[in-house]
Write a protein that binds this ligand. Sequence first.
Ligand code: CA
Length: 248
Amino acid sequence: MPIPNLISLTRSITKIAHVASREIAIIEDEAVIRDNYSDYLQRQGYRVAGYASRQAALGAFETRLPDLVILDIGLSDDIDGGFELCRELRARSATLPIIFLTARDSDFDTVAGLRLGADDYLTKEISLPHLAARIAALFRRQEAMTQAQPKPALFTCGALLLDTDQLIVQWMEKPITLTVTEFWMVHALARRPGHVRSRNHLMEEARIYVDEASVSSHIKRIRRKFQEIDPDFDHIESVYGAGYRWRH
Ligand code: CA
């Protein structure tokens, strides 16, 4: 067998081992539900750690974060414990995939969850295979981002600088911390300044599959992050009924 094949075989094996060793943390106060998700995801090849409370999860995450987090909102007496935990995790990592999985499905909760930087928001009616598909999609997206990209990885548009290799964003030479979803939305808009991008297009670019209203909350959050360092920032324009565009 020629050597290059051996190399690619080794790479494939490494990749499989990497996927199999991914750790998912589930924070859910109801043991029956937690075990149900854990069992299913373990059968999918993930390592799963379950926690009943915010405190238990934070204690375990002190030394190392998992590869993906699934969060309930209400954790026993800790009514908005999931929201609080999301905020704390996002402060520690801008790229950790976070999924809310909850019985609450009001628009208010969805928007609140996404504003706190969650990547996805699902209700407990979702089937287990569907949940596994969303998890796999988030991991695929992360993988695509860490894979070698054609050079140059640096992209500029006016005062905006994007490094698609390292997912670094700068505005007026100051760094902005975006989630992976937000990063690819900005990338999609700024790559074709002046062109309107529909919400569907932005979802495709960011490789997320959520309802259109969630795209609006992501956009609001992105604008706010830019405005924190530049109060006059107004380069993301809403185009009524069509989507958004990046203004020069
Ligand atoms: Ca609960």
